[in-house]
Structures are given as C-alpha cells and as structure tokens.
Design a binder for this molecule. Sequence first.
Ligand code: PEP
Ligand code: MG
Length: 747
Amino acid sequence: MPERSESDSRKLLRRLRDTLATPGRGQDRLDAITHLIADSMGTEVCSIYLFRDPETLELCATEGLNKDAVHKTRMKLGEGLVGRVARSGLPVNAADAPSEKGFRYMPETGEELFSSFLGVPIQRVGERLGVLVVQSKTARQFSDDDIYALDVVAMVLAEMTELGAFVGDDGGMRALHKQPVMLRGSSGQEGAAEGHVWLHEPRVVITNPVADDPLTEIDRIREAVGQLRVSVDDLLSAESLDKEQKAVLEAYRMFAHSRGWLRRMEEDIQRGLSAEAAVEREQNAARNRLEQVPDAYLRERLQDLDDLSNRLLRILTGQGRDTGAEMPENPVLVARNIGPAELLEYGRKLKGVVLDEGSVGSHAAIVARALAIPLVINAGRAVNEALNGDHILVDGDQGIVHLRPEETVARAFRDKIAMLAEAQKRYASLRGLPATAACGATVALHMNAGLMADLPSLEGSGAEGVGLFRTELQFLVRSKMPQRAELARLYARVMDAAKGRRVAFRTLDIGSDKVLPYMKPPEEPNPAMGWRAIRVGLDKPGVLRMQLQALIRAAAGRPLTVMFPLITELGEFREARAHVLRELHREKSLGHAVPEKVEIGAMMETPSLAYAPQAFFELTDFISIGGNDLKQFFFAADRENELVRRRYDTLNLSFLTFLQTIVARCQASGTPLSFCGEDAGRPIEALALAAIGFRSLSMRPASVGPVKALIRQVSLVEARAVIDAAREAGAESARPALMDWLASQQG
Ligand code: PEP
Ligand code: MG
C-alpha cells in the first residue's frame, strides 16, 4: 500500500464531499463512497457497517466483498472484529484477521480471501453510528498513518450521516432523529407529562466537515482557541471565586492553553477536516479515552476537556447555548445531567425532566421532587436521540420516555394523564378531611419540603404541617456557603408561609450523596457510612451553630421545631441538643427574642438508636424515622445503588417487626413518633405503617391525597390483623397478604 500523504487525504475528503453533493439515493452514495475509499487507500475492500438498532450492525455497502451480503450480513455489538470496534470505539488493526481473538467468519461475504483488516468507528460525540472497514489480501499491519487517515474519513462520514446524506427507503440509512424511540431509564420522580424537548445543551450541527482551504481553517481554529483562552482567563479573574472553583478553572486553563490540543486539531485540518470537524475528532478521542480511565479524578479532568470542546464548537459555529430558539410549549428538559441550581432556575415552567445520567438521590432529583416535576433518570441516549422541539412523553412512574411517539402511544399516554388528573380531583375533595380510618384511628399527615417553592403545596395538599424540612437544599443550590442573615430571612419566610403550622427543620444533612459544591468532601471508602450529617455538625460545629442562630432569629418568638439527622447514640443527641440550648441562651443574652416553645427531636436513621438507653427516649421531644437511611442500614443495601436498592421490601416482616419495637418503646416513654422516609408516601406502605402504630407520617405533597384516600377506606385494626397473620404464617413480606385483603375490601 502506498504511503499516504496529507494531500492524498485532503483529495479523498474532497472527492467524498463532491460525491455527497451530487443528487442521488442514499444507497448509491454509500456504494460510491466505499469505492472511493478503497481506491484511495489502495485496499481491495472497503465496507460500511451501520447500526440498525442500538445492538445490531448491518453491512450497508461494500466494495470488494460479495454485494449479495449487503443488508443481509448482521452482527451484534461486540461480535467479531467489527462488533469489537463498535463497542470499544477504538480501531482494530490486524495483519492476520482470521487468527485474531474474536474474529467471526461470515461466509456470505467472501471475506476469507482477505487477510489484513483495519476498522475504525464512525461516531459523533457520544454517539456511535457504525464502523468503517478496509481489508486487503496481503497480510500486513496498517501504519499509524493509515489508521489516522481512515479515522478522518470516518469522521466526515459521521457528520454526513448526521446531515442525512445516506437516508433512503432503498436500504440506505434510516433518518436520524425522525423515528419514534422508547428509552427505558429509572423513575426519579413520579408523574406523567407530555411536551416538547428542550435540550439543556443544544446539539451543534456541523454543516461543513471538509475544509475548502486548510490555511483558512487553521486561522479559524487559532482565532477560536484564542477567544476561548480569553474567556477562560476572564472567568478565572472573577473576584468571587473560591478555592475549589479556582482549581477547576485552572484545569480548564491548562487544557485551553495546551499546545498539544491545538497541534492535534491543526494536523486534522491538514488532513482535510474543517475546524469544527477537527474539534469533534479530538473530542471523540478524549471521550473514548474517558471511558477507559478507571481513575475518577482523571475522568473529571477529561470531562473538562469535553466541556471546553463544546465551548470551542459554539465559538466556531456561532451556535451558542442560547441559540435564540424559543422554549417550546410544555417544555421537557433533556440533559446529560444538570446541577440543582440550574434546574431550579428553569423552575416550574418545565413539564418534565429526562436525564441520561443522574441518580435517585442526586441533587437534581431532589429539586425535581420538590418542584413535583416528573423525572426520568439513567435514560441513556436521550441527549443524542432528541432534537429541540421533538414531541416527548415522560412516564415518571415507570421511568420510560417516548420520543417522537406514534399517535397510538400518545393517545394511550394521554388517557393515563387524564386518569391521574381525575384522581387528583378526587384527592382535592378530601383536602379538608382528616385521615381517619374506618376503625376510628386518625393518622396525622405532614409533608416533606426543602425549598420555598414547596410551601404553596401546604395549602394544596391538605398536609397538617411540614414533618421534614431538608435545610441542605438551600446549601446545595448555592455556589458558596450562605450567610446567617440570608438563612434567617429564608427560614422566616418558610414559617410565614406555614401560617402557624409546625415545620420540623432538620439541620444540615450533608455528606454521603449530598456534597456541597463549595466544600471538598473527604476521600472516604464508603461515604454513606462515613462523615456525614450530625457527625459533621458535631465535629465542626461552626455551621451548625450558625444555622441554629438563623433558625432562632427567624422564629422571632414563634415556636420552633428542630431535629438532627443520623443520630446514632444518646451521647450525640445530648451534644446536639446542648448546642441548641447554648444558642438559645446566647441569643437571649444578645437581646434577640427567643421562641416561645422549642421542640428538639432526633431522626432515627440507624438501627442502633432503636436500642438506645431509655434516657434517649425521655430526653428527645420527638423522633422521626428517616426510613430511607434506616432501611438501607437495616438491609445493608445502598439506597443509591440501582442493583440493590429495590431488592428488599419495606413490608418485609423483619423490618416491620423492627419498626414495631421502636413504636413500642416510644409508646412506653410517651415520645411522639413520626416516619418521614419516601415509604410514608406510598399508600400500601403508609397503610402498613399506620397499622403497626404510626400516627404521624410525613411525605412528598403529592402523596398526601392518595395516602389519605386509602387510610379513610379501611380499618387499621383489620390491617394489623392481616400483618400479624402473615407473620404467624411465616411469610417473608406482608405485601401479598395486604394486597389480597385490600382487593377483597374493594370487591
Ligand atoms: C431518610 O433518610 O429517610 C430521610 C428522610 O432523609 P434523607 O432522605 O434526606 O436522607
Ligand atoms: Mg436520611
């Protein structure tokens, strides 16, 4: 094979572009391209494999293999050498392909004649489209230069694919971003929404992957990188930066000023790519490296490079984040991931949120929950598949997203939304009524909150008060530690909005999954069991004291309820309580009004506390069970880990029996007891909790109606008998028995 020069490469790209510019069918173009590439690379074979679906590749065009195999030969992702390229996103270069590990012989193609194989991925940032292969009879290793040349060609093919160059009904490609797609993720917040896609970071469309004149393109890239450097330097010189932000921006600056990065992009341009395509090629390479890197720190740095590439593309194309596009009606936000502050900025105007990544406990999920916006997380490919304005259905209950749905799917979905709305109306009619069961017992229903935005739900849901106010949300959505006066103002507004109803303020619960953007978390092997919540508060009491002062000032004489997260033993509660008493004393001596009544409670989130000395139950004014954490520690199953978080049933009788122990101890000491984990908002779980003796539950506002409706229909005494009978019968969980019983009640 002849040595390849930069000008060969440029010539090939121009011929490619000219072929694509002539009118024709998608398939004809693919055929012409394979011919051109084989000719230019000096190989007998050139084949293009494209994804038919996310798991299957199909031979779509070939020069040199048996033409009858086109659109017949298929392989699974990871299968054979082609499948390996597709899965890894990395080239495979084999002088003797048949002896290569994983080689799969496909007799219909006639490829046994060809010994050497070079395959490179056809990909756009984050999106694998297919594989480009050349093969030749002579057993030879392709040079690095050949790999580079083929990769540059693949880059152009990827851009052309995006632009729809190979689309056709004739066996060519299906049009991207046109077909209905269903994505399966997980539920981050229940509810259903129909709307139109609003991409948090709109895709940059590259219309000119091939350079007309490399010198002009090199000028463009230098100029754009220059602008980028200035903008990063400007960011760095901002006065308000703290140490952490500075460190991140320093890393940005390092990349922006990296000579290697610019040099590589200039080489790509010399090969015939336009400035934009060169940026993307390097971004692809960085992404592929990113996937191979096990070290989290390095991965983050490569992520910085990814962000910088996006900025550079926006500078080059003029397609800013603010594209001037108007937000569509009923916007559904689609993003790879999003920070809590950004999500809060969009606020309630969003109908739904779909994240490619994210986790149930992520800050974005917490905010979405507070705003009661249906959220699907781990959707995988939503950002790649969606275009701004696409019709989208979000099923937050099932964790499913329908993009560009068929009309039948949309109709069925609308029925579901209508049913939910109908149910909401029914619940609204119960708003002023108590959750009194048929047996006469009444359960107090409270709501969980964490943002000012939650407070209007207090009226709407019919909750009696706020059983859990997660104060960390105010810390999480800021870029620096809030000041005491700022917090005091906010807490006062919360109390004003509650109009005398009780609000249980939980002191800062950080650590584990909740990491403040401005506080470097310590390196911990297992943060969920690490330095978190009250442990941080007691070891470094500055913030805790500041928060307590803010709460006392906000109360301005009104009653105040404070509770501490993750109390694990009596001593911790004593110490935390002493802080409150000290701050009350201090505020009084400073002449501030102190609350007329102060309740100091503990959250029971570790099993150990259930067996604490009697003095704990006597000293605490109330106990609130943080079921999310308590369950995770009881079952040793990480609440954040998708693999195990749903593995154990809350209605498992070991857990219910354990909860009954706590109920009994609280009854004996006369300590008010409540349950504020997510389970309190699930009707069957709430019923079981009420049946075993809980008379106070706190839940997300949207759950108050459904929980109340169920409790009002049944007798808690009977439900308790069903649970006891299930235990007697040796059942693992009370759920089947409870469900059968409920069905018989309704029948
Ligand atoms: C809990 O653990 O159940 C709880 C209410 O606290 P959080 O979910 O904020 O940890
Ligand atoms: Mg908790």
